[in-house]
Write a new protein. Structure first.
Length: 132
């Protein structure tokens, strides 16, 4: 979603879309996050998936870095720590998909999960309320 000017909004769009994909295809994402990817997927396929994961990691880190540079985050925001939180949430969703998410409450909807991350990213009082 590079066409979105605000890097936090851009990250929001990425996160919600990716979380929806993770929930739809948890097995594929478990494999993508696995240390045994190359063994399971084979040479070229494994490399392609690793590059996709690396691009996603870079995208998250770049959005957060840009947001901090533009003063859209708490000045003390740790870009590496919040990058880990965002990516870890996606990975945890892939690993927990199934019993935990079947019939899950609205608290685990993509927009609700993002709202928690948004509170970490944006300075107090600047949290945007978004559905998604």
């Amino acid at each position: 979603p590079a066409a979105i000017d605000d890097p936090v909004d851009r990250l929001h769009e990425f996160f919600v879309r990716r979380l929806q994909r993770v929930r739809k295809h948890p097995v594929l994402f478990r494999l993508a996050f696995s240390d045994r990817l190359e063994e399971a997927a084979g040479g070229a396929s494994g490399t392609k998936v690793r590059k996709m994961v690396a691009r996603s990691q870079e995208f998250v880190r770049d959005c957060l870095g840009e947001a901090k540079q533009r003063g859209l985050t708490d000045p003390e925001l740790s870009v590496p720590a919040v990058t880990l939180m965002v990516l870890g949430t996606l990975q945890a969703t892939a690993m927990a998909a199934g019993p935990m998410l079947r019939g899950a409450s609205a608290d685990l909807a993509p927009g609700a999960i993002w709202a928690v991350l948004d509170r970490v990213i944006r300075p107090t009082g600047a949290v945007k309320r978004r559905n998604g």
